[in-house]
Design a protein around this ligand. Sequence first.
Ligand SMILES: Cc1ncc(COP(=O)(O)O)c(C=O)c1O
Length: 376
Amino acid sequence: MKTIPPVDLVRQHKPISEEIETAILDVIRSGRYIGGQPVAEFEEQFGQFVGSQYCIGCNSGTDALLLALRALNIGPGDEVITTPFTFIATAEMVTLTGAKPVFIDIDRATFNFDLDRLEAAITPQTKAIIPVHLFGQPVNMTRLREIAQKYNLYVIEDCAQATGAMWDGEQVGNIGYIGCFSFFPTKNLGTCGDGGAVTTNDPAIADLMRTIKEHGSRQRYYHDLVGINSRLDTIHAAILQVKLRYLENWNQQRREVAQRYHELLEPIPGIQLPQEVTGGYHVWNQYTILVEDSSNGSENKRDRLRQELQERGIMSMIYYPIPLHLQKVYQDLGYQAGVFPVTEKAAQEVLSLPMFPDLTFEEQQDVAYALKDCLS
Ligand SMILES: Cc1ncc(COP(=O)(O)O)c(C=O)c1O
């Protein structure tokens, strides 16, 4: 049986394998594996792509968030507002600084946090807001910026799933104070391992983030503050330099794949399709549908559908089955089940279909056919 995977990196790399392999070999042959020209060049090129004056490579999207929070001096006693419907790293890094993550419910149409609920969550302790451009869909940054300015709050953008996305023509990561990016392999710009970057236009914050990621050191063996070791490895920078050249094209292909899904799946009852919000340029890291379910706790319709699709060779994913406010690790924050009904319902109903730039029309037809068959 032919299977359709959720992502296919082998397929993505095939047409550019020579370029990637040459870049890797060049690094190996250079004998220089930490820092060096590929890292400096990639930081320059990625900063230019995002439109930010400063770009600093680091080990992961997780570290990018930590560097941003640390540079803004966020810590014990501070609150940071974010979404409960995201990968754990977003809130986890807030907790790691000693600050408290504060969640607000999401908007069912976008899966991003609901800006109508933002002001009510702001307290005198609030120091920053972390919008997460989930699945590649940018948050309404015009509105978010207005609220942040009104209350004098920092905005740290979690762009892990949205490299290349835009709000009102501006690249995400260059709209808030700091942009945090992940180059995890399945991201829109992914390397062959872990990687990340932060972007900003503030020279002092850029200097702090660079210093923190190098053990708090500006000059070798002289340490000004407590930092970490967070490097974008030379090999990854070299790979990313190659892949950055294809990013816009891949994002355009993802948009075409999404458009074809919209057309193929439109007539299927029982599911809700994701939409692109006016003003945003969605880059479709995921194409996530909602499998409407009113069964109230008996067998989960989405889980059954996922199983049936798998039996037909269609692999799908669930991002995320348990919202952050209900995770064991966050029990002490005191959120009860039912506080964020939109998020909790989404967690029961979301299903991410195969999505990658070179998914073929035939494969998408197979997905649509299997979905129709399972739901009829
Ligand atoms: C929204 C979001 N934030 C942060 C991260 C963390 O990125 P990384 O895996 O590179 O540490 C991820 C990765 O999945 C993510 O999806």
